[in-house]
Design a binder for this molecule. Structure first.
Ligand SMILES: Cc1ncc(COP(=O)(O)O)c(C=O)c1O
Length: 452
């Protein structure tokens, strides 16, 4: 293929695609939600699966809490509207609707990694015949580090010790706590491999509902059935699922789950996370107790012994970070109006269009797709592979199209149903074609920034 600087190959084709996309946008039932977000006019933001954009509602909720702090000081804990003291509990109905839980099974608390530590401290109690903590290699690194640390805390081979590159390489022991890692298959989790690894020596297994890199959506119910058949506890990290994909945590019988609210949920950088524990485990004592897990009516008795809340609230540890919790209140209003079903339908249509257009690019340009095609196996973002992914991502960014890069070769693109238009998808894939055709990406260095 001849590469001519500045050439816009197939302009007729792209104009047609754009016209079609604009018709889809005009018919889109969710189109009005875009105006509720701060979307920079000249930008196409495709990183809402990393940090969602700010909505007017989320902003208003933070400003309200700031005002309450300014006007009321300490009295905001009871005098805020709603009171800060049980704001986390008050947000549970909105969260429960998104993840298919009962209200007393979910709580906004902690952060993703801290919540995982809490859940592993609660559920991972290796015993003679059940020593294994099972994870998959595609999981987010922080989750793997947390898993390694719990195996080490129970006296298993310490992956965290210098010189031991990865627990995955440590030989499994039948008599000591062990981390078992299901290896990946060409960037994806092999579901059959995972099922096979889920043997009756597994104490706890946990996976991501949607993989952070590939966007692969896991068959949660099947995994839970298998885990429970062998007597294991099973949990999921919903960070890349919540707000993009509906979950049915209660009905699927999931034992525990955890997630962040700063991606699709748009609750701001470092926003307070979320945690689910199935009601059948509500008698369990939290592995990591703290006073915010107390029974709400007796917390201020200041008793020296822990008197836990009856529901999932007992798994909270310390005072909620109010300024990072408040935005969630605003975001949940938007999700309640839009409905996760409609969000999922539009998200699937956007990712379908994206994948079809990438598939249509000349093969010599070197793009391929890692994300599963089957709508039942894909979440809300698409992993586009390219040998020069780092530089292609930078070139996109220089054009005002915001993706992210995941090493070694993935440009992650997340068209977020609440604020991405079909026309944005067309413009993005057209830009990918132009960038590589004209070698625009070669103007950027290969190194990645510290972040992305
Ligand atoms: C899937 C997944 N799990 C865990 C984390 C870690 O989250 P946190 O930094 O909020 O603990 C992230 C962060 O992006 C993530 O994407």
């Amino acid at each position: 293929m001849t590469r001519v600087a500045g050439a816009d190959v197939r302009s007729g084709f792209w104009e047609e695609q754009l016209a079609h996309a604009k018709r889809c946008d005009a018919d889109d039932e969710l189109r009005a939600f875009r105006d509720r977000f701060y979307v920079a006019p000249e930008r196409i933001y495709l990183d809402g699966n990393s940090l969602g954009l700010l909505s007017h509602e989320a902003e208003a909720a933070v400003l309200r809490v700031l005002g309450e702090w300014r006007e009321q000081g300490i009295d905001g804990w009871s005098g805020g509207a709603p009171p800060w003291y049980d704001l986390a509990e008050r947000l549970a109905p909105g969260i429960a609707g998104l993840v298919g839980a009962r209200e007393h099974e979910v709580i906004a608390t902690g952060s993703t990694t801290v919540n995982l530590h809490q859940l592993l401290a609660t559920f991972y109690r290796p015993q003679t015949a059940r020593q294994v903590l099972l994870v998959d290699a595609q999981n987010f690194p922080s989750d793997l580090y947390a898993a390694q640390s719990h195996v080490a805390l129970h006296g298993g081979a310490g992956a965290l010790h210098p010189g031991s590159a990865s627990q995955a390489q440590a030989p499994e022991s039948a008599t000591a706590p062990t981390l078992r890692v299901v290896p990946g298959r060409d960037g994806l989790v092999g579901v059959a491999d995972l099922m096979q690894a889920l043997g009756d020596d597994v104490a706890v297994a946990f996976f991501s509902s949607v993989q952070y890199r590939s966007g692969q959506l896991m068959p949660i119910r099947e995994i839970v059935e298998r885990a429970h058949r062998v007597g294991a506890i099973v949990g999921f990290d919903l960070s890349h699922g919540i707000g993009a994909v509906p979950h049915q945590l209660h009905d699927d019988g999931v034992d525990f789950a955890f997630w962040c609210h700063y991606k699709y949920l748009g609750s701001g950088p470092g926003a307070v996370g979320g945690l689910f524990v199935h009601e059948r485990h509500h008698e369990r004592w939290p592995g990591l107790a703290g006073w915010w897990g107390s029974h709400k009516e007796r917390q201020f008795d200041m008793a020296p012994t822990f008197d836990p809340a009856s529901g999932v609230g007992r798994f909270q540890i310390g005072t909620p970070h109010l300024l990072s919790l408040a935005p969630l209140e605003g975001s949940l209003k938007i999700f309640a109006e839009a409905g996760i079903g409609r969000i999922r339908d539009k998200s699937l249509a956007l990712t379908e269009l994206l994948m079809t257009l990438v598939d249509g690019l000349d093969r010599s340009l070197g793009f391929s797709i890692e994300t599963p095609r089957n709508p039942g196996a894909r979440g809300g973002h698409v992993a586009v592979r390219h040998m020069e992914a780092a530089r292609v991502a930078k070139a996109l960014k220089a054009r005002g199209i915001i993706p992210d890069f995941r090493p070694p070769d993935v440009v992650r693109l997340a068209p977020v149903a609440l604020y991405t238009r079909f026309e944005d998808v067309v413009t993005t894939v057209r830009a990918l074609e132009q960038i590589v055709t004209t070698r625009e990406h070669e103007r950027f260095d290969e190194g990645r920034a510290v972040i992305a």
